[in-house]
Design a protein around this ligand. Structure first.
Ligand code: GSH
Length: 224
């Protein structure tokens, strides 16, 4: 399968990068920064102009939770999610949906208050409300992670990659170590993971092709 992940540094697409690396099939990356995400070429891949998007052969697949489930299900032996049809998978699906539709959304008004009001004088209040909502999500996840190493059971999964891609955004917003020690511990654990480290180095622009790894380099949008 020809697999291309469209990503923007600092975004939730990092989760898919980590998952692809864990899964192990060859994949290429296509970096699409803000200006590129508004071009016709990219809007043909994702009409909403967002990342991540995955292209598998000629088929685009959108939405982080669906992409992560696809990556995991491509190789059940990698155990990146529990098998379909099990109670454990129902719980994992619940976490995938929560991370996408519960944990992620409060960051949107924090980072882009202009989408919620054209009146700049409203932006401080929008961001303050967003911080409250972000803190609520962090408290929920922190309580869940008490006494646990991973989001689900005793095994690392795409859920951990998804949480890691997003909870890093909160580091500049709240005192994570003091207020959310379990999320902070999880973040430290993930930051030592070789796939997460590779993903971040690629995002910084100094990532090179891992000698024997599945990352097969970048492809230009124009060549897709
Ligand atoms: N529901 C989408 C949301 C994706 C999303 O919000 N992506 C952000 C980056 S983390 C983005 O592309 N923002 C740019 C924009 O919305 O224009 C998903 O889960 O994949």
């Amino acid at each position: 399968m020809d697999t291309v992940l469209f990503y923007t540094p600092g975004s939730c697409s990092l989760a898919c990068m980590i998952a692809l690396h864990w899964q192990g099939d060859p994949y290429r990356l296509c970096r699409v920064d803000k200006d590129v995400r508004r071009t016709d070429s990219y809007l043909r891949i994702n009409p909403r102009g967002q990342v991540p998007a995955l292209r598998v052969d000629d088929r685009p697949l959108l939405e982080t939770d669906a992409i992560l489930a696809h990556i995991a299900d491509r190789k059940p032996a990698a155990h990146l999610l529990p098998p379909n049809g099990t109670t454990e998978r129902d719980v994992a699906n619940q976490w995938l949906a929560y991370l996408g539709s519960g944990f992620h959304p409060p960051f949107w008004p924090y980072f882009t208050p202009q989408r919620y009001s054209k009146d700049e004088s409203h932006h401080p209040a929008i961001r303050a409300a967003a911080v409250d909502a972000i803190r609520g999500q962090l408290a929920f996840v922190d309580a869940h992670l008490a006494g646990r190493e991973f989001v689900q059971s005793d095994r690392i999964s795409v859920l951990d990659a998804y949480l890691h891609a997003m909870d890093r955004w909160a580091n500049k917003i709240v005192d994570m170590a003091a207020l959310y020690p379990n999320v902070w511990r999880h973040q430290k654990m993930m930051s030592r993971d070789p796939a997460a480290r590779l993903g971040l180095s690629i995002e910084r622009g100094d990532g090179t092709q891992a000698p024997d790894g599945p990352f097969a380099g970048h492809v230009a949008l124009a060549d897709i």
